[in-house]
Write a protein that binds this ligand. Structure first.
Ligand code: ZN
Ligand code: ZN
Ligand code: FE
Length: 760
């Protein structure tokens, strides 16, 4: 395997939905590919227009950006999903014949951000939709969140209660009109309207007056619960610390960053460092929350305490546009839920659950059929990485390179999704959240029945996690279907392979918080060799004890103590470190006793816990207020300083062990010498990446798949990618599907397909 200094050639695959057929789109793509000297093809398929181009990554990015900017005047893109793949060796560019065959599954489209035409209309005083918060057309508006059944016709949506007025009907029936056969269209005469309610549900104002009074309340530091597209959002002035203090208290959310909605791209650019690819994501029809590096802003310190990033989106419904242009300052726009519950979709439910938090409720009478949170993305190694896949993305299918048996998957437990496989399409549900509360379980049940009903699927099997105590596992067992249990980290790796169209053999590097191992240990720092039929655990991180088990997830100091115990036994108790000082002497005595006797101290190979322990050793964080917080703080503390790398040792065996012992010893020595946590964090990350390299050399597989929640860490991912490439490996990582447990359901389906295929 030779060294590669620049990123190798790649193939960019685009799946495009929208008004892109019969408007000169394919000749346009052909011309653009020619100008950029890219090889590949374009065609129409039942899944939309598919484009594949290959060449140097920089030019592929240019293709992506120009395709949107320069599209033919009559074209309108509703959804564009880019995936970077390994090159296929195309020569020249061709327009391929349309594919009529293949599964003609009717697609449920995601909700689409307000299009430029509708934005113009709501601002034009002469238009009949002037200031109308529910304007939409064929090219934009609600879809997934209002559809009750297929085929997608108005009587099958929550707009069925709003008969079209004669003028809307005329538009609906006119083939030359932008609203021809647009199911959710409405106008002030026949469509939904706004109301502003107080906490008791009394109507304070209606229609445009409700919007004006909401704007006034926000300017004065009010907290507003707004019924949006896929559910309620809390809105507040992002400069107003008292308002945000109340919001944090009400949501019992002490430190997790709040998402923001900015009035314009220009204002985002003034506050954040932003690349062309990031600007593209902000303005895309999917309109996700994009994680951006802050530059200089005057926001309240309560927006994202201690975070070098902000999660920012632009307005994506007419309601948001109309409201924020009255304000012209950034708003906190966070999910309208209580801690860990799914987002509220119904105004009665919102009053009951959020009534103690919000001062006012800006609601409307268009029912939301199912919730869809705002999606979250970030850029990793020049590619979009979807961290939370919901509004704008779900439930578009992931297209696989080969078909699967019809089956369901129930996912795992945290950040959960469920999924349905039909042929070579996998429909992954919107983000459902942690299955910890009754409302979350209800959303889980609804999503399961929804997917089957929408696609009239008769699953032959259901895939679930190997963990016997997950609620999702128990639900799967109650469905009356054949149950296929899938190891957690195997599912992670298969999901990464599936979206990157990788065939075995592949070395899967799967690092996350927790997953149930077949040996009943807590796995989470795994190296799995995925072979033709199954997988082998080639290696793992050196295990260490977690005093108190699950409690260590909330208290990184416990992980730190366990790590030190594994390293130096009783002597650990005598060390003078922030992690140990965080305990009272009495607590420390109890924990030491647990460690000595091995009571309630499971061993774990979890990479997430290793991050936790390290952050705790450095005094960065002793309590996890939300999942992954501590690991994130270690990433954020990082200061690059060139090539200083802590040593890790590879201990041969079946499986091999990657020993962090030398690394932690070097870390403690640096700490004693007074080195700051930023540089220690860099050396730690660098050491872990060399550990990945050591196992990759041992495995000798060219293809490496990086999966698991730890690879949400941009530095870890990008450094692993660079180093693997430099040594001739082909690293792959997630793009369309989250590396966290939101991707488990997809991997479970692929695993079930492999297991069922072996029986035939
Ligand atoms: Zn529109
Ligand atoms: Zn109308
Ligand atoms: Fe996981």
């Amino acid at each position: 395997m030779g060294a590669a200094l620049s990123p190798p050639l790649a193939r960019l695959r685009l799946v495009i939905h929208g008004a892109v057929q019969g408007v000169g789109f394919r000749p346009f793509v052909y011309r653009l590919a020619g100008e950029l000297s890219l090889a590949g093809w374009v065609n129409n398929s039942p899944q939309g227009v598919v484009v594949e181009v290959e060449g140097p990554p920089g030019r592929l990015q240019e293709m992506l950006l120009r395709l949107e900017k320069e599209q033919p005047p009559l074209a309108a893109i509703h959804s564009l999903e880019p995936t970077f793949l390994d090159p296929a060796g195309y020569r020249g560019f061709e327009i391929r014949p349309s594919l009529e065959s293949g599964a003609p599954t009717a697609l449920v489209l995601p909700d689409i951000a307000t299009c430029p035409d509708c934005r113009r209309e709501i601002r034009s005083p002469s238009d009949r939709r002037f200031r109308y918060p529910f304007a939409n057309c064929t090219n934009c508006g609600p879809r997934f969140t209002i559809i009750e059944a297929l085929p997608y016709d108005r009587p099958h949506t929550t707009m069925k209660g709003f008969p079209l007025c004669p003028r809307c009907l005329a538009e609906y029936e006119d083939p030359a009109d932008r609203r021809f056969h647009a199911q959710p269209i409405a106008c002030p005469e026949c469509g939904p309207h706004l109301e502003l309610w107080d906490r008791q549900g009394a109507v304070l104002a209606t229609h445009h007056q409700a919007l004006l009074e909401t704007a006034r309340a926000l300017r004065q530091g009010g907290l507003v619960a707004l019924k949006g597209l896929g559910g309620f959002q809390f809105l507040a002035d992002a400069h107003n610390t008292p308002a945000l203090e109340r919001l944090r208290q009400g949501k019992q959310r002490e430190e997790k960053p709040f998402a923001l909605m900015y009035p314009s791209l220009e204002q985002v650019e003034a506050h954040c460092r932003i690349s062309a690819m990031e600007a593209r994501l902000l303005c895309a029809p999917e309109a996700p929350i994009v994680l951006l590096r802050r530059r200089d802003d005057d926001l309240s310190s309560l927006v994202a305490p201690g975070h070098p990033c902000l999660g920012i989106m632009l307005p994506y419904t007419p309601l948001h546009h109309l409201l924020i242009e009255k304000l012209d300052f950034p708003l906190v726009a966070t999910s309208g839920n209580l801690a860990d519950e799914p987002i509220c979709i119904d105004e009665g439910e919102a009053l009951a659950r959020l009534g103690d938090i919000a001062d006012l409720f800006l609601v409307h009478n268009r029912p939301i059929r199912r919730h869809a949170d705002d999606s979250i993305v970030r850029l990793v190694a020049g590619r979009e990485l979807v961290l939370r896949r919901a509004r704008g993305y779900a439930p578009l299918p992931v297209l696989l390179s080969s078909p699967l048996p019809t089956a369901m998957a129930v996912g795992a437990h945290l950040k959960n999704t469920v999924a349905l496989a039909v042929g070579n399409q996998v429909f992954v549900s919107q983000h459902l959240g942690d299955l910890e509360t009754a409302p979350a379980l209800a959303a889980f049940d609804l999503a399961l029945s929804d997917l089957q009903q929408l696609y009239s699927a008769r699953p032959e099997a259901v895939a679930c996690d190997l963990h016997p105590d997950y609620l999702s596992t128990r639900r799967a067992q109650g469905l009356g279907l054949r149950v296929v249990e899938v190891q957690h980290h195997y599912a992670h790796v298969l999901s990464c392979m599936a979206e990157n169209h990788l065939a075995p053999p592949v070395l899967g590097v799967c690092w996350d918080g927790t997953g149930y191992g077949p040996d009943q240990m807590v796995w989470g720092g795994e190296f799995l060799l995925v072979e033709e039929k199954g997988y082998r655990r080639l290696g793992h991180l050196r295990p260490f004890p977690l005093p108190g088990g699950d409690q260590a997830v909330r208290e990184p100091r416990r992980a730190a103590l366990g790590l030190l115990w594994a390293l130096c036994g009783e002597e650990a108790l005598t060390l003078d470190l922030p992690a140990l000082r965080a305990f009272t002497p009495a607590e420390l005595r109890v924990l030491a006793q647990m460690l000595r006797r091995g009571v309630n101290t499971p061993l774990t190979s979890s990479a997430g816990r290793l991050f936790d322990a390290t952050a705790s050793l450095l005094g960065l964080c002793q309590h996890n207020r939300f999942e992954g917080q501590t690991a994130m703080q270690l990433e954020f503390a990082l200061e690059e300083e060139g090539e200083v790398i802590y040593p890790v040792t590879l201990l041969a065996g079946e499986p091999a062990t990657l020993d962090w012992g030398p690394m932690i010893e070097a870390l403690l020595a640096d700490q004693r010498a007074g080195l700051g946590p930023g540089r220690i964090s860099a050396r730690f990350h660098n050491g872990l990446v060399e550990g990945i390299l050591a196992i990759a050399r041992l495995a000798g597989q060219e293809q490496v798949a990086l999966s698991g929640g730890c690879f949400q860490n941009q530095y870890l991912s990008e450094r692993a990618i660079t180093r693997l490439r430099a040594e001739g490996f082909r690293p792959h990582w997630h793009q369309r599907i989250p590396p966290n447990d939101g991707g488990i359901s997809l991997g479970q389906l692929v695993a079930a397909g492999r297991i069922l295929a072996m029986e035939v």
